[in-house]
Write a protein of this length. Structure first.
Length: 209
């Protein structure tokens, strides 16, 4: 099944995708994770996008679409995938339609107050990308990854100024995708406020899995 997870920053797309990929047996493709890996590995792409990610602006469409096109060459995407954070503009959605047929677009709905709480409390393991939350999903030992023992970090774009900018960027450039996909009959709204288990159950019901 070919899925797109759409929704504002911090709505829980990555958290649910990380669980759903096991359940559905498809890879989780997060464009944010791909950019962060490029930054960590200091590749040309990483150098090009580092300051863009830190500010919360979007990477240019041409660069992002090319990265996704290359990812689709990997065999593991043949029988399905979860796209998390892509597309984020109408132009990216048009490019995606030329590359793949999408079965469902799952739209994560969450109020602003909760989004800010989730983003400001998020911590992650830099090497594995595992996501925690200081209150909602804390590690066993404060500030330390359960599996690797490495110190957890706060993403640069989870600082207050960048959060506000990301929400503005979402409203301006990504929210128009809601009507884009609604008009095509592909949109499946889910309430992202419950526990991860409850959100996962809603998501599976919404896609008929
Ligand atoms: P990206 O990494 O995609 O960031 P995002 O869309 O802003 O999404 P987030 O990762 O912030 O949130 P999420 O919805 O995955 O929430 P999460 O599960 O982590 O993109 C980063 C940047 O890369 C962009 O700003 C841009 O610069 C660039 N980029 C990426 N894609 C691009 C594109 N297509 N075009 C151009 N540029 C692009 O959860 C958040 C927190 O809440 C966690 O702490 C988690 O533990 C907690 N939580 C999650 N679910 C629950 C729950 N149900 N209950 C309680 N707590 C929960």
């Amino acid at each position: 099944m070919n899925l797109v997870f759409l929704g504002p920053p911090g709505a829980g797309k990555g958290t649910i995708a990380a669980i759903a990929k096991e359940k559905l047996g498809v890879p989780h493709i997060s464009t944010g994770d791909l950019f962060r890996a490029a930054i960590k590995n200091e590749t040309e792409l990483g150098k090009q996008v580092k300051s863009i990610l830190a500010s919360g602006e979007l990477v240019p469409d041409s660069v992002t679409v090319e990265m996704v096109r290359e990812r689709f060459l990997d065999k593991d995407t043949k029988d399905g995938f979860i796209l998390d954070g892509f597309p984020r503009t109408i132009s990216q959605a048009d490019s995606l339609a030329d590359m793949k047929q999408i079965d469902h677009v799952v739209n994560f709905l969450l109020d602003r107050e909760e989004i800010v709480k989730r983003l400001s409390g998020r911590r992650m393991c830099k090497s594995t990308g595992k996501i925690y939350h200081v209150l909602y999903n804390p590690p066993k030992v404060e500030g330390i990854d359960d599996e690797t023992g490495e110190p957890l970090i706060q993403r640069d774009d989870d600082k207050e100024d960048a959060i506000l900018n990301r929400l503005e960027v979402y409203d301006r450039q990504t929210a128009p995708l809601i009507s884009y996909y609604k008009e095509k009959g592909m949109l499946r709204d889910i309430d992202a406020k419950g526990s991860p288990e409850a959100v996962l159950a809603q998501m599976l019901a919404a896609i008929g899995a």
